[in-house]
Write a protein that binds this ligand. Structure first.
Ligand code: F3S
Length: 390
């Protein structure tokens, strides 16, 4: 196995001349590179760091973060945490959890990680085709690779943080063009023309199980950007899909004439997707997995106009999106629904109080049962509003 090539600056860091944290972080990246056969490190444009909720990293993670002493050298965005920073009491988060969560936030702040607390950093910061990244939240990774055409492996939280502090990541896997070709064709049969976010999330829920860690190439669908966000998030939840292509839609499918001969083709009938939609009674409704786009907020505001909620209705998005669209948030909250930043239905402990939660996301459908101990039902956004206000 060839060693990972290092430049003069890297050699200084490895020798400990820039402090113990940077030394250890570069050692971690080199070790990862060795495991995965990387010959060199590649400079990244940004990092997105998961492992941010006290619910997921606990005391151990907090102690490790608090022991580090360095600053991010590239833009680095934090994943959702376990509570909305400004209004955790109102959301029902307990004070002990909030204190520990705040300690995690403070640790990341000291490390120079931006506290946007979102899995949709692409709504806040420009990310371009062919940018090399070190992102870790699986839906963000899928969106960056597939919808934008940027290049990132699915990093673990510590690997993404190490990349943020060093500005590089090992160059292997999806950083290399040869590893980005389709490995399974998913042929969606007629009937998808009127699909929205929820149906694409359900398609991802179904296909993730079929694809495993292979790169799907979809035919027969024409999703928009929000729908691809739902599709990719769900495939990364039920499978380990970090990149997919959609014929004539995603940038690499448009740019490359992929040779699909000899690749396994799996047909998907719309009826297979439709049967994921059930009538399960629920006691709360939650949307914004991944975090809502401005367009989704606008749609929620339109659907809620003149209505009042009769069940808790949670909407999750990034604080930066809230700040730019206060008018939409005001319209939504006139119904009694609440728009929360920084957190989400999966990483917040608050959602554990419910027996059954309705979502419009294939990823949430996959994660809510294990992460919140609640049953999950998927429905369209319109159905979610109907149930929340019924
Ligand atoms: Fe984002 Fe939380 Fe869903 S991190 S993708 S909203 S589980």
């Amino acid at each position: 196995m060839k060693p990972v090539q290092l430049g003069p600056e890297d050699e200084r860091i490895i020798a400990g001349e820039e402090g113990e944290t940077r030394q250890k972080m570069l050692e971690l990246l080199v070790a990862l590179g060795k495991v995965f056969g990387a010959e060199r490190l590649v400079t990244i444009k940004s990092a997105q760091v998961s492992g941010a909720s006290y619910k997921t990293i606990g005391e151990y993670g907090l102690a490790w973060l608090a022991s580090l002493d360095a600053r991010a050298v590239v833009p680095a965005v934090l994943n959702p945490i376990g509570m909305p920073r400004g209004c955790w009491k109102e959301m029902g988060v307990d004070a002990d959890f909030a204190r520990k969560q705040q300690a995690i936030i403070d640790a990341y702040d000291r490390l120079g990680v931006r506290l946007d607390c979102t899995c949709t950093p692409y709504y806040l910061y420009e990310t371009r085709y062919r940018d090399h990244l070190a992102w870790s939240e699986s839906s963000a990774v899928s969106y960056a690779n597939s919808v934008i055409g940027a290049r990132t492996n699915r990093e673990g939280g510590p690997g993404a943080l190490a990349s943020a502090l060093i500005g590089k990541t090992p160059c292997y896997g999806l950083h290399l063009t040869k590893n980005r070709v389709p490995q399974i064709v998913i042929d969606v049969r007629t009937g998808s023309r009127n699909w929205g976010f929820a149906e694409y999330g359900a398609l991802g829920y179904h296909v993730g199980r079929l694809a495993g860690n292979r790169i799907p190439y979809f035919t027969g669908i024409r999703p928009d950007a929000d729908q691809m966000k739902a599709l990719g998030a769900a495939m990364a939840a039920t499978g380990a899909v970090a990149l997919y292509h959609v014929e004539r839609v995603t940038p690499e499918a448009r740019g490359h004439g992929y040779d699909l001969s000899g690749i396994e083709t799996v047909p998907v009938e719309p009826a297979e997707i439709a049967r994921l939609f059930t009538e399960l009674p629920v006691d709360a409704v939650a949307v914004g997995c991944p975090h809502c786009s401005p367009r989704e907020l606008s749609e929620i505001a339109r659907l809620l106009a003149g209505k009042k909620v009769t069940k808790p209705f949670y909407i999750f998005t990034a604080q930066g999106v809230i700040d730019r669209h206060r008018d939409l948030v005001t319209m939504i909250e006139q119904s009694g629904a609440r728009v929360y930043a920084d957190t989400c239905m999966v990483v917040s402990p608050v959602m554990e109080r419910y027996q059954a939660i309705m979502v419009n996301s294939g990823k949430a459908l996959a994660y809510v049962p294990d992460m919140c101990g609640a049953l999950a039902r998927i429905g369209t956004l319109k159905d979610c509003v109907t149930v929340a206000t019924g």
